[in-house]
Design a protein. Structure first.
Lengths: 296, 296
């Protein structure tokens, strides 16, 4: 017990960050599971975080209501954004969501109510470790259920081949928007929880590199099952600590290892580290994120 | 009026650097349909290598420039060999290529960080002899003129090369239809490797010019141009070389005009990304892009 207390005293914040990152990665997993590559999930987290933070600090909302409002705000924006941008595919969707993310970040820097570049501060630190993991369990349960629901199968078929899915009578626009909105909701929730975890949030935390990090978590862990993003987020968030344990403290080396892991995974384990444990039923490793074998 | 004119001239200078950067970016996209996110890292390494050659090896900038450009080109070959060639047979090559280029970008940046340190560095003061010309109330430095001249030279050179030379025609053939090009006896893998070489060499050249123009180089300087470069190539039409040049100039102008009109630099990027977003939704093929298949 004493050892456990010691562990939490030293690694408590790491455990919390793993949880938040896992939630964020799960949010991207939903979008990826419908074959849509979004780089806007960090911005959704920002919208959730800022909405919740502002409601708590300036309007005296209770924690639970702030969380709900933050998630709903992100989901609403996700829905409104999804309607037009989901007509784009592949790289173009990525770029559109990316530029949306940049607009959000720049807005957060320039608005008064968000506290500008210094960030929004003063959120009471209500988010506790137990609660984070409770939420993760809940989200994972939901996603595992979702996977074998009608929506889940529709996501899957859209990912495999959107044209074929549409031809089979699946309302692709509806399901893509649904995946996008669910992803935004989870991201907003994670952002709102993060805002109440760290006392201060700054626009830079929700920028391009954050969006890319989420993608890396999903890819390294594996984006075909919900375990993957959680595994990826846990491993990569803890990686600096693990490397420190092996005596590597130099920043550039850590970064290099990060990149190397990503490269090795994408080259040799296209379904992520998860596929090491479960030799995937779907042998077709290539088809990910709505890949199309396209004659140029 | 003079202020505005001066701003326009400045926009033209910086726009030509954006254009040069974007031309390399868009070239790879045009040929492979892959977004090479390591391009900004090559840009950074090009600039830093030139600086190293000037500072430590004691070369003049006119000797260092071609050597650094060549090294940047070799980095492109490395990129192709390690990150792109192994993925070429996969169905989802645009997605996995995007990821592996992110991995390479992380590793390149960590190398830059490890070798050159995290701080901002600059070329020695006497690197370029500087003349300042004033006419009609506009100030132009010889450095600016040289930058535009070099950038234009490269861009026009590339356009002519693609248009007239045998290799250029082969590149265009591969861009048009890889399988057909192979059937016609074109050494496709060699052509793709060569495309990466040219693209990265141009990116490195842009990095050197950028470093000279802003008198600042740092391992993360690629980040600032990464998203702008994306905006430029979408604006010009993905894969279109003239589009990238025009897009770069337009982007440079829009930046300085936003600053001139709003009086603050805060909104500079917001306008750019809002435009990018709008273009993706309204005219995804870009302003000068040919209407190619965006879907399925």
């Amino acid at each position: 017990m004493a050892q456990l207390t010691y562990f939490f005293a030293v690694y408590g914040s790491l455990v919390n960050f793993i949880g938040i990152n896992a939630l964020l990665a799960l949010s991207l997993y939903v979008t990826l599971s419908a074959g849509q590559l979004s780089l806007g999930n960090a911005a959704f987290a920002g919208i959730g975080g800022y909405t919740a933070g502002i409601l708590t600090t300036q309007f005296g909302f209770p924690y639970s209501l702030s969380l709900l409002a933050g998630s709903l705000a992100a989901a609403l924006v996700g829905f409104l954004l999804g309607l037009p941008v989901l007509r784009l595919r592949g790289v173009f969707l990525a770029i559109a969501t990316l530029s949306f993310g940049e607009v959000v970040r720049i807005a957060a820097i320039n608005l008064k109510i968000t506290g500008g570049a210094e960030g929004l501060m003063g959120m009471p630190t209500h988010t506790k470790t137990g609660f984070i993991y409770l939420v993760i369990i809940g989200v994972c349960y939901f996603l595992a259920k979702l996977r074998y629901s009608k929506a889940g199968w529709s996501f899957e078929s859209i990912r495999e081949d959107e044209t074929a899915a549409a031809a089979m009578g699946i309302n692709t626009t509806y399901y893509k928007t649904l995946a996008f909105t669910i992803g935004a909701f989870i991201a907003g929730l994670a952002g709102a929880m993060y805002a109440h975890l760290s006392y201060i949030i700054t626009p830079g935390e929700f920028g391009f590199s954050a969006a890319v990090n989420l993608l890396i978590y999903c890819i390294v862990g594996g984006s075909r099952v919900w375990v993957g993003p959680v595994l990826g987020a846990a491993l990569l968030t803890a990686l600096p600590e693990i490397l420190r344990g092996t005596g590597i403290t130099a920043g550039p080396i850590r970064m290099f290892v990060n990149g190397l892991i990503l490269l090795i995974v994408i080259l040799f384990l296209p379904n992520g580290l998860v596929s090491l444990f479960q030799r995937c039923r779907t042998v077709d490793a290539g088809v990910l994120a709505g890949a199309e074998i396209e004659e140029k | 009026m003079n202020v505005l004119l001066q701003q326009l001239v400045n926009g033209l200078f910086i726009g030509s650097v954006y254009g040069l950067f974007a031309v390399g970016y868009t070239l790879v996209f045009g040929v492979l349909d892959i977004l090479n996110l390591a391009h900004p890292a090559v840009f950074t390494l090009g600039g830093l290598t030139a600086l190293w050659l000037v500072e430590s090896a004691g070369l003049t900038i006119f000797q260092a420039f071609p050597i650094a450009v060549l090294i940047a080109g070799l980095l492109g070959l490395l990129l192709d060999r390690v990150a792109f060639a192994p993925l070429r047979h996969r169905a989802d090559t645009y997605f996995s290529g995007l990821i592996s280029s992110i991995a390479m970008a992380i590793m390149f940046e960590s190398v830059a960080l490890g070798v050159f340190g995290a701080h901002t560095v600059r070329f020695p003061a006497n690197t370029m002899t500087l003349h300042i010309w004033r006419f009609a109330g506009i100030t132009v430095t010889s450095l600016q003129v040289e930058i535009v001249a070099v950038a234009l030279l490269f861009m026009v050179g590339l356009t002519q090369f693609l248009k007239r030379s045998r290799t250029g025609k082969a590149i265009r053939a591969v861009a048009e239809n890889e399988r057909m090009a192979r059937l016609l006896g074109i050494h496709v893998d060699g052509i793709i490797a060569f495309t990466f070489f040219i693209s990265s060499a141009l990116g490195g050249a842009a990095g050197i010019l950028f470093g000279l123009y802003f008198d600042a180089l740092s391992p993360d300087m690629g980040r600032s141009i990464e998203l702008k470069g994306l905006a430029v190539i979408v604006l010009g039409g993905m894969g279109s070389i003239p589009g990238a040049i025009a897009g770069g100039l337009a982007f440079g102008l829009s930046e300085v005009l936003t600053v001139a009109i709003t009086g603050t630099s805060n909104l500079r990027d917001a306008v750019a990304f809002a435009v990018l977003f709008a273009i993706l939704l309204l005219r995804p093929s870009g302003l000068l892009g040919r209407a190619r298949m965006r879907e399925a």
